[in-house]
Design a protein around this ligand. Structure first.
Ligand SMILES: Cc1cc2nc3c(=O)[nH]c(=O)nc-3n(C[C@H](O)[C@H](O)[C@H](O)COP(=O)(O)O)c2cc1C
Length: 391
């Protein structure tokens, strides 16, 4: 597999030399493209000796006579990795500028891109940089977020290049799972539901939809057609996914059954309210000194209904549990007749609701218990879909 490693003008550029070696040790053919600013920190000779391949720098470089290198490299790359990625290059890529060899290759490629930013913490939180990163994510780039710590300029904050192991993990997961869902339709439920009490109030939960976004991006990276049935969330789903917006569990059930008719895989990542108010009051429930009881009635079990209606689909549930015990997950797997269930312990700090990381334990119908380890939500999603493909 071919990797184009783009190196930008960051103080962390020296770390790309080790990354190139690590990628080669993992079986990738590595070709390096340096920006002009990167050459202030590292030399083409370093990477040419390490990789055995010529580096590209100038847009008009042409190692093979008569061939446009930016198109050749863009076509031949299975994965493009930009590490370290500067604020400048990130912003250029997000707006479609191609004014050097690296950004021109990125413009010309259809391959997945892994971006590992490294910069001063203020440059990282800068509105333009954040908007560019989120835009690139929405277009299915994988961002290996920088670490928090002391950076070279003496400040403390988020901006240190992620570890080579983290960058390598992102590339490896992508390489292992790429394109195994071509021609498949993946339906994902995501986010919370809102169960109306009256016209202005509702019952809901803390689900952010981030896991649903990660699953949608992972499924797309693996070549699937993706439909997301989403409760109300602020997160942005990938632009090529079909998104059906719903509010209540009843609406989510209808939309998921409609989308699931030709689905190969259905993943229930939504945090569906178990109960809804028996009566929705028109207008507003008025304040009084008397106590107020709300009668709740059970909502239908969406994922169990989908599994029963479409037995040919691989239906996978999520169990957000307040402990690492798997008994509840196993019971749900059996009762709902699922292919597998992904359990995550939401009592652990740093994973689960609204966080950017997760740690899944997948219990399969065949009785296997598989662990993802702690990964970004996208890493978890790629891992999960890879396991589902193998079921
Ligand atoms: C010593 C030094 C270190 C720098 N480190 C970074 C960095 O880590 N991240 C970053 O975004 N910019 C950094 N810059 C600024 C970039 O080099 C500058 O924006 C440049 O135009 C980036 O070009 P490129 O994106 O084409 O590589 C640094 C500049 C200097 C002088």
């Amino acid at each position: 597999m071919n990797v184009v490693l783009g190196v930008c003008g960051s103080i962390a550029a020296y770390r790309a030399a080790d990354l190139a070696r690590n990628l080669m040790r993992s079986g990738f053919t590595v070709r390096v493209c340096l920006t002009d600013a990167a050459q202030k920190f590292v030399t083409p000779a370093l990477f040419e000796v390490l990789t055995g391949n010529p580096c590209l720098i100038d847009t008009f470089d042409e190692p093979e006579m008569g061939r446009m290198a930016h198109i050749d490299w863009a076509r031949q790359a299975d994965i493009i990795v930009i590490a370290p990625a500067t604020a400048n290059t990130i912003n250029k890529i997000a707006t479609g500028i191609g004014d050097d060899m690296l950004t021109t290759i990125v413009l010309a490629t259809t391959s997945p891109i892994v971006i590992a930013p490294a910069m001063n913490p203020q440059m990282y939180v800068n509105d333009a940089t954040q908007a560019a990163l989120r835009k690139l994510e929405a277009h299915a780039a994988i961002i290996v977020e920088p670490q928090e710590g002391d950076v070279a300029c003496g400040e403390h904050g988020q901006g240190k290049l992620a570890s080579n192991q983290e960058i390598l993990n992102a590339v490896m997961t992508l390489a292992a799972t790429r394109k195994s869902l071509i021609g498949k339709h993946v339906v994902i439920t995501s986010g919370p539901t809102q169960e109306a009490i009256d016209d202005v109030r509702y019952l809901s939960n803390h689900s952010s939809g981030k896991m649903g976004v990660a699953l949608a991006r992972a499924a797309q990276l693996m070549g699937a057609r993706v439909t997301v049935v989403s409760g109300p969330v602020k997160v942005q789903y990938p632009l090529n996914a079909q998104v059906v917006r719903v509010q209540s569990a009843l609406e989510m059930l209808d939309a998921t059954l409609a989308a699931g008719a030709d689905a190969d895989i259905v993943i229930g990542a939504a945090a569906v309210a178990d109960y809804r108010p028996a009566i929705r009051t028109a207008g507003k429930v008025r304040r009084s000194d008397a106590s107020l009881s709300l009668e709740l009635v059970p909502n239908p079990d969406i994922i169990a209904t989908v599994a029963k209606t479409y037995p040919g689909a691989s239906v996978v549930g999520f169990a957000a549990e307040p402990s690492s015990e798997l008994d509840v997950a196993r019971e749900k797997l059996e009762r709902k007749n699922l292919a597998a269930i992904a359990s995550n312990d939401v009592s652990q700090p740093g994973i689960g609701f609204d966080s950017d990381q997760n740690e899944l334990v997948l219990v399969t119908r065949a009785g296997q218990t598989l662990e993802s380890g702690r990964l970004s939500k996208l890493g978890c999603a790629l891992w999960l879909l890879d396991q589902v493909v193998r079921l």
